[in-house]
Design a protein around this ligand. Structure first.
Ligand code: NAD
Length: 458
């Protein structure tokens, strides 16, 4: 349970807030603002989501969110109706999805739909639209032009990009390291700044274009750090160094810092891959070739595939081999598998003819098409039974804390790839695994030994 540390504003200061899009960002934004004492109307077009929320069920996995919804239900309204939202709100956050198109550009069709619906619902003077969705630089300017063309030039518009991370979203929202507000008119930015004031975070007031760019540049920089340390890890494997120690040694330099220096099997999720691609496209569309980001993306793709090479090194041809994928979410603490490394791994393994079994502590169904051909298991133990290899894909605590020595004896062969450098390599080797991490060349794998048929594997 997340404890509320922000005093709710008094009734007189409570704002009438709307949030369009009740996904990972919109729902957390709305619920946190309600916890700060504001009256919040959340609108989504997904009827199942709205029904679930009205029934008190939170449709996403996010630590503490269910409790926070319950604690503030008197200040929260969930609706399918844009008319309802427009009627009840003055400050209106837009938090719809902006997924990538085939070209890598951000798909703004949902954002455009929102503007059309807002106009149709009678939105107008006195209301401020606040863009929380990640949108390419120039989007705010285009929306302002469209509002004017519709005779809605007096509607305010601000950019207020969101930096929360799934898994720690509530804490990130209520204790942000910065709040970025891009404005066309200072009086609109002032209203948003007042809303965030109780959080005590540094506020960056700027133009709409710069605010839009801050979001992309931040995500692209973090993704670059990940691809950089992953390349260092790959070199470590060649030259006999240990990337975990290297990263620690680097991170103690305050100019570098320790965060985002954890080697692994690449970044995924709904933000980094799409935002890096969108910034690269944005640069390209404006005539600048962003060479560095091209490499960041390529390194990330190759990093996911290196796991296949490691499996082949120990198992040979993967045709008919049984591989257990442990963890499917793109990171612990969420049920989000958008652009997760697990999807690429599963598809590559199936293409090699392997039998793929998978387990995730919070994802059991609803993965349908995205993991077609993968046998979903109810427990990690079931996924690993009789497997030739296991890959730790997502470092959930419950997976890191498995009884690995006991599980080893249930496997047919015992190749273990730690895709997140979360396991104790010496202990795993001691337990009899043929073990590989990422960038940890100090670990010499033992020869794969077939367990004798007489050995009890269960
Ligand atoms: P999401 O897919 O979880 O949620 C989007 C929601 O918007 C969905 O519920 C969808 O049904 C709804 N929607 C679509 N069109 C709508 C409309 N016309 N009216 C009302 N609702 C509509 O997406 P998300 O992960 O919350 O991301 C939203 C935005 O925030 C994206 O631009 C994303 O890049 C950005 N962002 C995401 C994160 C994150 O960690 N997920 C962090 C920072 C920023």
């Amino acid at each position: 349970m997340v404890t509320r540390t922000i005093e709710p504003v008094s009734d007189g200061l409570a704002q009438r807030i709307g949030v369009i899009g009740a996904g990972y960002v919109g729902l957390v934004t709305g619920v946190c603002l309600a916890s700060m004492g504001h009256n919040v109307t959340l609108r989504d077009i997904d009827a199942a989501k709205v029904t679930a929320l009205n029934d008190g069920d939170v449709p996403i996995y996010e630590h503490g969110l269910t409790e926070l919804v319950k604690a503030n239900d008197d200040r929260l309204t969930f609706t399918l109706s844009m008319d309802h939202l427009v009627e009840r709100s003055e400050l209106i956050f837009i938090a719809v999805d902006t997924p990538p198109t085939y070209s890598g550009d951000a798909d703004l069709s949902r954002v455009r739909a929102v503007i059309t619906e807002f106009a149709k619902a009678g939105g107008g003077e006195g209301q401020v639209l606040i863009m929380k969705s990640t949108v390419p630089v120039g989007t705010g300017e285009r929306i302002r032009a469209e509002l004017r063309a519709r005779g809605l030039g007096l509607v305010g518009y601000c950019s207020n990009p969101e930096f929360l991370r799934e898994g720690t979203a509530i804490g990130d929202f209520l204790r942000p390291d910065r709040v970025v507000i891009g404005q066309f008119e200072p009086r609109h930015g002032d209203r948003i700044e007042a809303l965030y004031r109780p959080l005590g975070a540094p506020v960056v007031r700027t133009s709409v274009a710069s605010a839009e760019m801050i979001k992309y540049a931040s995500n692209a920089f973090l993704a670059t750090k990940i691809s950089f340390i992953n390349e260092i890890a790959n070199v470590c494997e060649e030259v006999g160094a240990d990337v975990d120690v290297v990263a620690r040694g680097m991170g103690l330099d305050p100019r570098i810092g320790p965060s985002f220096l954890r080697a692994g099997i690449g970044f995924g999720g709904s933000c980094f891959p799409k935002d890096v691609a969108a910034l690269k496209q944005l640069a390209g569309d404006s005539g600048y070739h962003f060479q560095l980001l091209t490499s960041v993306i390529e390194v990330n793709e190759l990093q996911k595939r290196r796991v296949i090479g490691k499996l082949k090194k120990h198992l040979g041809d993967l045709e008919g081999k049984r591989v257990a994928l442990l963890g499917l979410a793109f990171k612990p603490g969420t049920d989000d598998i958008r652009e997760a490394s697990s999807l690429v791994l599963a598809a590559r393994l199936l293409a090699e003819g392997a039998v793929v079994r998978a387990f995730d502590p919070v994802i059991s169904d609803g993965v349908g098409e995205r993991l077609r051909g993968v046998d979903m298991c109810a427990t990690a133990e079931a996924a690993m039974a009789d497997a030739d290899a296991a890959v730790l894909v997502t470092e959930w605590d419950s997976l890191v804390g498995l009884d690995w020595p006991a599980l080893r004896s249930t496997m047919r062969k015992a190749v273990l790839i730690d895709g997140r450098n979360a396991l104790d390599s010496e202990a795993m080797i001691g337990a009899g695994y043929t073990f590989e991490g990422i960038g940890r060349a100090s670990v010499r794998s033992r020869a794969v030994t077939e367990l004798s048929d007489t050995q009890d594997r269960r």
